[in-house]
Design a binder for this molecule. Structure first.
Ligand SMILES: [Zn+2]
Length: 64
């Protein structure tokens, strides 16, 4: 069963759910939308990981 996963903190293996917390090392210096093949250290299967480096800005009015 393959599901798409999304996480801010780490890449999650869509095969087994392993959290690849060192994924930033793989994407170090990568640009937005860059896609890499990741070998899951847990189940040994390959999955596709796409990075979204778009920053998120949350704003609200300053209270007077
Ligand atoms: Zn896995």
């Amino acid at each position: 069963m393959i599901e798409e996963t999304i996480s801010k903190e780490s890449a999650i293996c869509p095969h087994c759910g392993y959290e690849h917390i060192d994924i930033w090392e793989v994407f170090d210096g990568a640009s937005n939308g860059e896609i890499k093949e990741i070998d899951c250290p847990s189940c040994g299967k390959v999955y596709i990981c796409e990075i979204d480096t778009t920053p998120t800005y949350y704003t609200k009015p300053k209270e007077e």
